[in-house]
Design a protein around this ligand. Structure first.
Ligand code: SAH
Length: 353
């Protein structure tokens, strides 16, 4: 495609004003050769219009790395015998919340592999205890695909947000990343169920996952336009050497940044994290993510002795520090990028319209 065919200023201002764009324009924005400064300055302007310079914190508690699934890209897949497995008990999880609360966190994200030990009863017990102890905090779950009934039980226990990346909206691409036991259709159905139950729902995908095409990314965007998620998490795919994908290269930081900017323009109200994987591939990746239009960071609140074990991909950052340092370190980084942390629950503002 030749850049002369497209009027980049017109595409971007139209996108800013109407959130509309054709597929061929989108394709050009994603992988065309053009000066990206206008894309980034406009996404920054839109983020400021909706969220100012506020950055919301989510304290991430990685409470189990046991997983029954075998996603081909993931370091904690069931078949990775080299992964050293752990799970945190309720006391340890509550301890993370207590430390996090003292540090100003008002959202706790419980993330883990799909670990059968954590039955619905156990999850509900933990969620309701956090809810009882910290009624002013939001509880987010990120524990994979469950039945609608299970999601409803978690909601009744006090969970209000759920993160479940769709990973890719294209069924063929999906089956090249996952074992036969998993389906694109079920993952999407889970997301629709979560929305229907009233969860603030987060989805997203890896940038540069093996076999991903620009067409796939356009399908991802269409799927999200239909789902209307409150949160959209994207980060570069990073190779883990103990997976079947050990020979595939990492995703690209610059494409991730472009996509963050495009998503900000398409979903102006969305909560978009500057992800840990972005910070892993580029030391200032998270700051660049914020500048491109992201408005959330998810520091690690897990106990330091398990952090290295929750190894979805190689060389994950922030696995050696205390959570207090994580908070202080990130705050300095965020301030120096021209943003500031707010110690609030940080709901999606679309719900306040
Ligand atoms: N079991 C939960 C949590 C999965 S881990 C669930 O199914 O939702 C959270 C996210 O990490 C995944 O959704 C995936 O997009 C991302 N991830 C996994 N492996 C990765 C890798 N090798 N590189 C980058 N991101 C990865």
């Amino acid at each position: 495609m030749i850049s002369e065919e497209f009027d980049i200023s017109k595409i971007i201002s139209n996108l800013e004003n109407t959130q509309e764009i054709s597929d061929s324009e989108l394709e050009f924005l994603i992988d065309g050769n053009y000066d990206t400064s206008e894309l980034f300055s406009t996404s920054d302007k839109v983020r400021r219009r909706y969220y100012g310079t506020d950055v919301y914190l989510r304290g991430l508690i990685e409470f189990t790395n046991y997983c029954k699934n075998n996603c081909l890209y993931c370091g904690i897949r069931a078949d990775n015998r080299k992964a050293v497995r752990y799970r945190l008990d309720k006391e340890k999880i509550l301890n993370c919340c207590r430390k996090g609360y003292e540090l100003g966190y008002r959202t706790f994200v419980l993330q883990g592999g799909e670990d059968p030990y954590f039955t619905d009863d156990r999850i509900c017990n933990i969620v309701s205890e956090i809810h009882r102890l910290y009624p002013d905090c939001a509880i987010t779950l990120s524990i994979g695909e469950k039945s609608k009934e299970s999601y409803q039980r978690y909601y009744e226990a006090g969970a209000r947000r759920y993160l479940l990346r769709h990973e890719t909206a294209d069924p063929k691409h999906y089956s090249s990343l996952h074992p036969d036991s998993m389906s694109c259709e079920n993952r999407k159905q889970c997301l629709y169920n979560l929305k229907e139950l009233g969860y603030q729902t987060g989805t997203g995908f890896m940038v540069g996952s093996p076999f991903q095409t620009t067409e796939n990314i356009i399908s991802d965007i269409h799927f999200m336009q239909e789902l209307q998620p409150e949160m959209i998490g994207i980060g570069p795919y990073i190779t883990h050497f103990d997976t079947p994908f050990h020979e595939y290269p990492n995703g690209s930081v610059s494409l991730t940044l472009r996509l963050i900017a495009i998503l900000r323009l398409l979903f102006p109200y969305a909560l978009i994290p500057a992800t840990t994987s972005l910070g892993t591939l580029d030391p200032s990746g998270r700051e660049k993510g914020l500048k491109a239009g992201a408005n959330v960071v998810m520091p690690n609140l897990s106990p330091v002795d398990v952090r290295k074990k929750y190894e979805l991909y190689e060389n994950k950052i922030c696995t050696g520090e205390e959570s207090a340092q994580c908070r202080g370190c990130l705050e300095r980084r965020i301030n120096s990028a021209g943003f500031h942390i707010v110690n609030s629950v940080g709901d999606c503002i679309r719900n306040c319209f």
